[in-house]
Design a binder for this molecule. Sequence first.
Ligand code: CMC
Length: 364
Amino acid sequence: MAKSGLDDVVAAETVLSHVDGEGGHLIIRGFALDELAGHVATEQAIALLLHGFFPDLPDRGTLAAALGAARVAVFAEVETSGAGLAQLDPIESVRALMARLDDGDDLDVALKLIAAPAVFTPAMLRLRKGLAPIAPDAALSHAADTLRMLTGDTPSKERAAALDAYLVIVCDHGLNASTFAARVVASTQAGLASAVLAGLSALKGPLHGGAPGPVLDMFDDIGAPENAERWLDDAVMRGERLMGFGHRVYRVRDPRADALKSALRKLAASGGVDDARVAFAEAVEKAALTVLRRRKPGRSLDVNVDFYTVLLLEALGFSRDAFTCVFAMGRVPGWIAHAREQVLEGRLMRPQSRYVGPMPKQAA
Ligand code: CMC
C-alpha cells in the first residue's frame, strides 16, 4: 500500500535542515532557528546554506556585493518584458520573469535566481499600480534594497531587519513539498533554474506557501475579535481548513511562528506595526485553537509559520497577493542548496507507483 502524502518517507539525506516535529524545533546547518532569526542578515543565511556547494563561493562580504550585482543584472528582464506581465498575479509574473533567466549549475546562475524574486516582486507590484519600477542599488543589503525597490525610500534599519528576520526564518525547512519538487528536478540534472521553478510552482499552492494571502482574507471576514470563534467554528463545520494552522510534520506549535512574533515585536517597538492588529491576530489565534481542539480532537493542530507572516509582510508594505513571492524570496537559497546537494551526492529520483487499474483482457 502506497503511503498517501508520503508521510514519514525518508527520500533524501541532507546537511541543510532538520524539522523536529515532535519537539517543535528547526535546525539549519547546525544552528537552532533562534540563533539565526533576528541575529543574522539574509546574506549570512545564504552563505550558510550554500557553503560547500559551490567551489567559488565568496566570503560573506563579497557574497553581498555579488548578490547586489546579480540584482542589477536581473533588472534587465523587468526593463525588457516587465510591463507585459504585470497584469498577471504577482506569483505568475515573477515565475514568468524567472523562467527567462539562464539555466545552469554555477554560482552566477544561483545568485541571479536568488536575486530575482527580490527584484521582480517590487517591480511587478509597482507596474501594476502604474508606477515605474525602481532599479536595484547594489550597495544596499538584500533586504533593504528589496524594500527600497518597493516603496522608493531607503527603509529604516528596523524595517530592513524585520524583512531579514522573515527571509532567514523561511530560508529552509527540510523536505517540504517545494524542496522535494526542486530536488526531483535537480536529480535529472536539468539545472538550477529548472529546479527553482519547480519549487516555486509547488510553493504557490494554498496548502503550502500560498496560505498567507488567505489568512489575511480570513482576518477581513472575521472583522472583530468577538466574531472570531463563531466565524472559525462555522468554517471548520463547513469542512474548511483554517489557513495558518496545521502542519504535516509539527505536532506542536511551529517554531517559526514564535520567531516571527519576536520579529514583529521588535518592529512594533519602533512603531512599525499597529498594536491593535497584533492583538486582533492573537485573539483569532486563541479562538482558532479553541475551535480546533473542540472540532478536531486528537489532531494536534496548532499555529504555523503563515499566520504571523501576514502581519509582518503587511506591515512592511507588501500586498497580500505578493506574500507567496516574498516567501519564495526567502526559500530560493534553500531550494538551490538542496538542488546542489542532490546533484553532488544523490542519484536520479525515480520512485515506483503501484498499478491498481484494470489488466489487459488476455492477461486476466
Ligand atoms: N484547519 C482545520 N482542519 C485541519 C487543518 C486546518 N488548518 N489542517 C488539518 N486539518 C484537519 C483535516 O481536516 C483532517 O481532519 P479529519 O481527519 O477530521 O478529516 C485532519 O486535520 C488531518 O488532516 P490532513 O489532511 O491529514 O493533514 P495534513 O498533514 O495533510 O495537512 C496542511 C497539513 C498544512 C496541508 C493542513 O494543516 C492545512 O491545510 N493547513 C492550512 C493551510 C496552511 O496553513 N498551509 C501552510 C502550511 S505551513 C507553510 C509551509 O511550510 O508550507
